[in-house]
Design a protein around this ligand. Structure first.
Ligand code: PRP
Length: 203
């Protein structure tokens, strides 16, 4: 029986398919604009990273791979199986160089694409926050007075550096995770665990 795996478009999908090439000794690649690839008993779906948990929790895919950040942001009820050690990055709170959170302020304005992560982070600090949801170029917001701070992903740190921002706190470290739909994990445990150990060996 085919196992359906949702992959996030981009480097993580490419690196995951490279693991399958290593395991099966043949190449795994999506054709042109096709969003489904069927091979060797697997069906791969190519989706946006933030959508991978949706495909898996709703059962359209039994298995998913995406960054820990997307799993945390969606609070996805899935069974996490393996850290693939690729797509490493961290989520940080950042401000303009030299600035620090003003604890006397009644409300901090924070721009981010990760609204839920940001809400939880400030709730733990018992700080009132006004979240400004953006879809990209988050680093711009403090430079033009749209926000006091940002919560964003840092990979190399270059974007922050070149825009005069600095991380003042790391919220969590992220990397790509292999995970399963909870019901699928019960129903197809043997197949899923076999896939997990094959990938673990390929890493
Ligand atoms: C991400 C993130 C940062 C940047 C960090 O954005 O939101 O802006 O990468 O990378 P760096 O630390 O290596 O500089 P992305 O490239 O996804 O673009 P976006 O601004 O459209 O979200």
């Amino acid at each position: 029986m085919t196992l359906t795996i949702a992959l996030p478009k981009g480097r993580i999908a490419d690196e995951t398919l490279a693991f399958f090439k290593k395991i099966h000794g043949e190449s795994f690649a999506f054709e042109n604009r096709k969003l489904i690839l069927e091979k060797a008993g697997f069906r791969f779906l190519l989706v946006r990273s933030q959508d991978v948990p949706t495909y898996v929790t709703r059962g359209a895919a039994e298995i998913g791979i995406c960054g820990k950040d997307a799993l945390l942001e969606q609070n996805a009820p899935v069974t996490e199986l393996l850290d693939l050690k690729i797509g490493r990055c961290k989520a940080v709170l950042a401000m303009k160089k030299g600035e620090r959170l003003d604890l006397s302020k009644t409300r901090v304005r924070v721009a981010t694409k990760m609204v839920n992560i940001t809400k939880r982070f400030f709730a733990q600090k018992a700080m009132a926050v006004e979240i400004i949801k953006l879809y990209g170029s988050i680093e711009l917001a403090p430079l033009v007075g749209l926000a006091d701070a940002i919560v964003d992903i840092v990979e190399t740190g270059k974007t922050m550096e070149e825009n005069g921002l600095e991380a003042i706190e790391t919220i969590f470290e992220s990397s790509a995770r292999l995970f399963a739909n909870r019901d699928s994990f019960i129903e197809r445990k043997a197949d899923i665990l076999a896939l997990r150990s094959a990938i673990a060996q390929a890493i």
